[in-house]
Design a protein around this ligand. Structure first.
Ligand code: AHG
Ligand code: MN
Ligand code: MN
Length: 281
Protein backbone atom coordinates (compact mmCIF):
# COMPACT_ATOMS: atom_id res chain seq x y z
CA UNK A 1 0.00 0.00 0.00
CA UNK A 2 2.83 2.40 0.88
CA UNK A 3 4.18 2.20 -2.68
CA UNK A 4 0.73 2.91 -4.10
CA UNK A 5 0.26 5.95 -1.89
CA UNK A 6 3.66 7.25 -3.01
CA UNK A 7 2.59 6.77 -6.60
CA UNK A 8 -0.53 8.88 -6.01
CA UNK A 9 1.50 11.56 -4.23
CA UNK A 10 4.00 11.80 -7.11
CA UNK A 11 1.21 12.33 -9.63
CA UNK A 12 -0.55 14.95 -7.47
CA UNK A 13 2.72 16.80 -6.84
CA UNK A 14 3.43 17.00 -10.57
CA UNK A 15 -0.07 18.34 -11.27
CA UNK A 16 0.11 20.89 -8.45
CA UNK A 17 3.20 22.35 -10.11
CA UNK A 18 1.21 22.66 -13.36
CA UNK A 19 -1.76 24.22 -11.54
CA UNK A 20 0.45 26.70 -9.73
CA UNK A 21 1.73 27.90 -13.13
CA UNK A 22 -1.84 28.07 -14.50
CA UNK A 23 -2.82 30.27 -11.55
CA UNK A 24 -0.22 32.81 -12.64
CA UNK A 25 -1.99 33.36 -15.96
CA UNK A 26 -3.55 36.79 -16.10
CA UNK A 27 -7.16 35.70 -16.38
CA UNK A 28 -7.01 32.56 -14.24
CA UNK A 29 -9.69 33.71 -11.82
CA UNK A 30 -12.25 35.21 -14.10
CA UNK A 31 -14.93 32.71 -14.90
CA UNK A 32 -17.18 34.54 -17.33
CA UNK A 33 -14.64 35.74 -19.80
CA UNK A 34 -14.57 34.41 -23.33
CA UNK A 35 -11.22 33.71 -24.96
CA UNK A 36 -10.01 35.13 -28.28
CA UNK A 37 -11.79 32.50 -30.34
CA UNK A 38 -15.04 33.11 -28.47
CA UNK A 39 -14.95 29.87 -26.47
CA UNK A 40 -16.11 30.03 -22.92
CA UNK A 41 -13.02 29.79 -20.75
CA UNK A 42 -13.34 26.98 -18.26
CA UNK A 43 -13.55 28.16 -14.66
CA UNK A 44 -10.26 27.59 -12.87
CA UNK A 45 -11.96 25.22 -10.37
CA UNK A 46 -13.05 23.05 -13.28
CA UNK A 47 -9.61 23.14 -14.85
CA UNK A 48 -8.08 22.05 -11.57
CA UNK A 49 -10.67 19.29 -11.25
CA UNK A 50 -9.85 18.01 -14.73
CA UNK A 51 -6.12 18.19 -14.13
CA UNK A 52 -6.15 16.09 -10.94
CA UNK A 53 -9.02 13.82 -12.03
CA UNK A 54 -7.45 12.84 -15.36
CA UNK A 55 -4.14 12.15 -13.61
CA UNK A 56 -5.78 9.87 -11.04
CA UNK A 57 -7.50 7.95 -13.84
CA UNK A 58 -4.08 6.80 -15.11
CA UNK A 59 -3.24 5.01 -11.85
CA UNK A 60 -3.81 1.27 -11.42
CA UNK A 61 -3.89 1.56 -7.62
CA UNK A 62 -6.88 3.96 -7.58
CA UNK A 63 -10.32 2.43 -7.15
CA UNK A 64 -12.03 5.75 -7.76
CA UNK A 65 -12.30 9.33 -6.66
CA UNK A 66 -14.78 11.94 -5.49
CA UNK A 67 -14.24 15.60 -6.27
CA UNK A 68 -16.01 18.66 -4.93
CA UNK A 69 -16.64 19.56 -8.57
CA UNK A 70 -18.27 16.22 -9.52
CA UNK A 71 -21.71 15.11 -8.34
CA UNK A 72 -20.90 11.39 -8.21
CA UNK A 73 -18.18 8.90 -7.36
CA UNK A 74 -15.88 8.41 -10.39
CA UNK A 75 -14.86 4.78 -10.91
CA UNK A 76 -11.28 4.11 -12.00
CA UNK A 77 -10.25 0.47 -11.29
CA UNK A 78 -12.75 -1.85 -9.65
CA UNK A 79 -10.02 -4.14 -8.26
CA UNK A 80 -7.95 -1.43 -6.62
CA UNK A 81 -8.41 -0.46 -2.95
CA UNK A 82 -7.49 3.23 -2.63
CA UNK A 83 -10.07 6.02 -2.96
CA UNK A 84 -9.08 9.67 -3.33
CA UNK A 85 -11.32 12.60 -2.36
CA UNK A 86 -10.41 16.18 -3.25
CA UNK A 87 -11.22 19.84 -3.33
CA UNK A 88 -9.29 20.77 -6.49
CA UNK A 89 -9.26 24.45 -5.65
CA UNK A 90 -10.11 25.72 -2.20
CA UNK A 91 -10.71 29.42 -1.75
CA UNK A 92 -11.37 29.95 -5.44
CA UNK A 93 -13.33 33.13 -4.71
CA UNK A 94 -9.99 34.60 -3.58
CA UNK A 95 -8.28 34.10 -6.95
CA UNK A 96 -9.37 37.51 -8.22
CA UNK A 97 -7.94 39.27 -5.19
CA UNK A 98 -4.69 37.29 -5.47
CA UNK A 99 -4.77 35.74 -2.01
CA UNK A 100 -3.40 32.28 -1.20
CA UNK A 101 -5.51 29.32 -2.22
CA UNK A 102 -5.03 25.55 -2.13
CA UNK A 103 -5.92 22.00 -3.16
CA UNK A 104 -6.92 19.41 -0.53
CA UNK A 105 -6.81 15.58 -0.79
CA UNK A 106 -7.71 12.55 1.32
CA UNK A 107 -6.61 8.99 0.51
CA UNK A 108 -8.71 6.13 1.91
CA UNK A 109 -8.05 2.42 2.12
CA UNK A 110 -11.54 0.92 2.05
CA UNK A 111 -14.76 2.94 2.35
CA UNK A 112 -15.12 6.66 2.88
CA UNK A 113 -14.96 6.76 6.68
CA UNK A 114 -12.65 8.78 8.91
CA UNK A 115 -11.06 5.63 10.30
CA UNK A 116 -10.04 4.54 6.77
CA UNK A 117 -8.15 7.71 5.98
CA UNK A 118 -4.49 6.76 5.51
CA UNK A 119 -2.97 9.94 4.09
CA UNK A 120 -4.13 13.56 3.83
CA UNK A 121 -2.43 16.43 2.08
CA UNK A 122 -2.83 19.92 0.78
CA UNK A 123 -0.96 22.21 -1.56
CA UNK A 124 -0.90 25.93 -0.89
CA UNK A 125 -0.43 28.33 -3.80
CA UNK A 126 0.97 31.50 -2.26
CA UNK A 127 4.13 33.43 -3.00
CA UNK A 128 5.64 29.91 -2.86
CA UNK A 129 4.20 26.52 -3.70
CA UNK A 130 4.13 24.39 -0.56
CA UNK A 131 2.85 20.96 0.41
CA UNK A 132 1.80 19.45 3.72
CA UNK A 133 1.34 15.69 3.76
CA UNK A 134 0.36 13.65 6.78
CA UNK A 135 0.77 9.91 7.25
CA UNK A 136 2.33 9.37 10.68
CA UNK A 137 3.57 12.97 10.95
CA UNK A 138 2.44 16.16 9.25
CA UNK A 139 5.34 17.01 6.95
CA UNK A 140 5.82 20.44 5.39
CA UNK A 141 7.63 20.86 2.04
CA UNK A 142 8.39 23.74 -0.32
CA UNK A 143 8.89 23.56 -4.09
CA UNK A 144 12.14 25.31 -5.05
CA UNK A 145 14.50 24.77 -8.01
CA UNK A 146 12.10 22.17 -9.39
CA UNK A 147 12.35 20.05 -6.27
CA UNK A 148 10.24 19.42 -3.19
CA UNK A 149 12.39 20.29 -0.19
CA UNK A 150 11.48 19.15 3.31
CA UNK A 151 11.06 22.04 5.79
CA UNK A 152 9.74 20.57 9.05
CA UNK A 153 7.39 18.23 10.83
CA UNK A 154 4.54 20.35 12.17
CA UNK A 155 4.29 20.10 15.95
CA UNK A 156 1.70 22.31 17.58
CA UNK A 157 2.09 23.73 21.08
CA UNK A 158 -0.76 23.09 23.51
CA UNK A 159 -1.96 26.70 23.13
CA UNK A 160 -1.69 29.41 20.48
CA UNK A 161 -2.50 33.08 19.88
CA UNK A 162 -4.54 33.13 16.68
CA UNK A 163 -8.30 33.15 16.25
CA UNK A 164 -9.74 32.37 12.82
CA UNK A 165 -13.54 32.56 13.05
CA UNK A 166 -15.49 31.51 9.94
CA UNK A 167 -19.15 31.94 8.99
CA UNK A 168 -21.32 35.05 8.85
CA UNK A 169 -21.32 36.63 12.33
CA UNK A 170 -24.90 37.81 11.99
CA UNK A 171 -25.95 34.15 11.88
CA UNK A 172 -23.79 32.85 14.76
CA UNK A 173 -25.63 31.67 17.85
CA UNK A 174 -25.08 33.35 21.19
CA UNK A 175 -22.76 30.77 22.73
CA UNK A 176 -20.56 30.77 19.66
CA UNK A 177 -20.25 34.55 19.70
CA UNK A 178 -19.36 34.47 23.40
CA UNK A 179 -16.67 31.85 22.76
CA UNK A 180 -15.08 33.85 19.93
CA UNK A 181 -15.30 37.10 21.93
CA UNK A 182 -13.71 35.47 24.95
CA UNK A 183 -10.64 34.49 22.88
CA UNK A 184 -10.31 38.07 21.64
CA UNK A 185 -10.81 39.41 25.17
CA UNK A 186 -7.78 37.37 26.22
CA UNK A 187 -5.55 38.79 23.49
CA UNK A 188 -6.00 36.32 20.64
CA UNK A 189 -5.46 38.00 17.30
CA UNK A 190 -7.77 37.80 14.30
CA UNK A 191 -6.28 35.94 11.34
CA UNK A 192 -8.86 35.17 8.68
CA UNK A 193 -8.53 35.29 4.90
CA UNK A 194 -11.64 33.32 3.90
CA UNK A 195 -9.54 30.53 2.41
CA UNK A 196 -9.50 27.49 4.64
CA UNK A 197 -6.14 26.23 3.40
CA UNK A 198 -4.33 29.49 4.13
CA UNK A 199 -6.12 30.03 7.44
CA UNK A 200 -5.41 26.53 8.74
CA UNK A 201 -1.87 26.55 7.33
CA UNK A 202 -1.11 29.75 9.22
CA UNK A 203 -2.22 28.22 12.51
CA UNK A 204 0.02 25.19 11.87
CA UNK A 205 2.99 27.41 10.99
CA UNK A 206 2.48 29.49 14.15
CA UNK A 207 2.06 26.26 16.16
CA UNK A 208 -1.37 26.95 17.62
CA UNK A 209 -4.67 28.79 17.76
CA UNK A 210 -8.23 28.08 16.75
CA UNK A 211 -10.14 27.94 13.44
CA UNK A 212 -13.92 27.60 13.57
CA UNK A 213 -16.67 27.24 11.01
CA UNK A 214 -19.79 26.63 13.11
CA UNK A 215 -23.39 25.75 12.35
CA UNK A 216 -25.20 29.04 11.75
CA UNK A 217 -28.84 29.99 11.39
CA UNK A 218 -28.38 30.22 7.61
CA UNK A 219 -26.23 27.04 7.32
CA UNK A 220 -27.38 24.47 9.85
CA UNK A 221 -24.59 22.01 8.99
CA UNK A 222 -21.94 24.65 8.55
CA UNK A 223 -20.37 25.17 5.14
CA UNK A 224 -17.23 23.10 4.95
CA UNK A 225 -17.56 19.72 3.31
CA UNK A 226 -16.72 16.56 5.24
CA UNK A 227 -14.91 14.65 2.52
CA UNK A 228 -13.27 17.45 0.58
CA UNK A 229 -12.18 19.84 3.31
CA UNK A 230 -12.89 18.67 6.85
CA UNK A 231 -11.58 15.08 7.09
CA UNK A 232 -8.22 15.80 5.45
CA UNK A 233 -7.56 18.74 7.77
CA UNK A 234 -8.80 16.82 10.82
CA UNK A 235 -6.26 14.09 10.02
CA UNK A 236 -3.45 16.61 9.45
CA UNK A 237 -4.22 18.52 12.68
CA UNK A 238 -4.22 15.35 14.75
CA UNK A 239 -0.90 14.24 13.26
CA UNK A 240 0.51 17.69 14.08
CA UNK A 241 -0.50 17.34 17.74
CA UNK A 242 -3.69 19.39 17.51
CA UNK A 243 -7.34 18.38 17.60
CA UNK A 244 -10.40 18.59 15.37
CA UNK A 245 -14.05 18.32 16.40
CA UNK A 246 -17.56 19.28 15.38
CA UNK A 247 -17.99 20.75 18.88
CA UNK A 248 -19.26 17.50 20.36
CA UNK A 249 -17.41 14.71 18.60
CA UNK A 250 -13.99 14.06 17.14
CA UNK A 251 -14.43 14.93 13.47
CA UNK A 252 -12.86 11.72 12.18
CA UNK A 253 -15.57 9.77 14.06
CA UNK A 254 -18.56 11.49 12.46
CA UNK A 255 -20.77 9.78 9.88
CA UNK A 256 -20.61 10.75 6.21
CA UNK A 257 -24.31 11.09 5.27
CA UNK A 258 -23.59 11.86 1.60
CA UNK A 259 -20.63 12.66 -0.64
CA UNK A 260 -21.14 16.43 -0.51
CA UNK A 261 -22.37 16.76 3.09
CA UNK A 262 -20.95 19.52 5.27
CA UNK A 263 -20.40 19.74 9.03
CA UNK A 264 -19.67 22.37 11.66
CA UNK A 265 -15.95 22.15 12.41
CA UNK A 266 -13.26 23.36 14.80
CA UNK A 267 -9.51 22.83 14.42
CA UNK A 268 -6.85 23.94 16.84
CA UNK A 269 -4.43 23.35 19.63
CA UNK A 270 -5.49 21.41 22.72
CA UNK A 271 -6.27 24.22 25.15
CA UNK A 272 -8.55 26.07 22.72
CA UNK A 273 -10.22 22.83 21.63
CA UNK A 274 -11.01 22.01 25.26
CA UNK A 275 -12.83 25.34 25.50
CA UNK A 276 -14.79 24.54 22.36
CA UNK A 277 -15.95 21.26 23.81
CA UNK A 278 -16.83 22.90 27.18
CA UNK A 279 -19.07 25.36 25.34
CA UNK A 280 -20.62 22.97 22.82
CA UNK A 281 -21.08 19.81 24.87
P1 AHG B 1 -14.28 26.53 -2.08
O1 AHG B 1 -13.48 27.61 -2.71
O2 AHG B 1 -13.68 25.17 -2.30
O3 AHG B 1 -15.75 26.58 -2.39
O4 AHG B 1 -14.17 26.67 -0.48
C1 AHG B 1 -14.24 27.91 0.18
C2 AHG B 1 -14.44 27.63 1.63
C3 AHG B 1 -13.21 27.72 2.52
O5 AHG B 1 -11.99 27.88 1.89
C4 AHG B 1 -13.47 28.89 3.42
O6 AHG B 1 -13.05 28.64 4.72
C5 AHG B 1 -14.96 29.09 3.36
O7 AHG B 1 -15.38 28.56 2.13
C6 AHG B 1 -15.35 30.53 3.48
O8 AHG B 1 -16.70 30.66 3.20
P2 AHG B 1 -17.54 31.99 3.47
O9 AHG B 1 -16.68 33.14 3.03
O10 AHG B 1 -18.76 31.78 2.61
O11 AHG B 1 -17.85 32.01 4.92
MN1 MN C 1 -13.05 24.39 -0.45
MN1 MN D 1 -13.21 24.17 -4.17
Amino acid sequence: MEKNIEEILEVLKAKAVVLSEMLKERLAGYSDINNASGDHVLKIDMKADLLFGEALKTLKCVKGYVSEEQPNFVDVNKDASLIVTFDPLDGSSLVDSNLSIGSIFGIYEGGLKGENLVTALYFIYGPRLELVVAKKEAKHYVYVDKEWKFIQDFKMESKGKLNSPGGTQKYWDKKHKELIDSFFARGYRLRYSGGMVADLHQILCKKGGIFSYPATSDAKSGKLRILFEVFPFAFIYEKAGGEASDGKKRLLDIEVPSLHASTPCFFGSKVEMKEVSDVYR
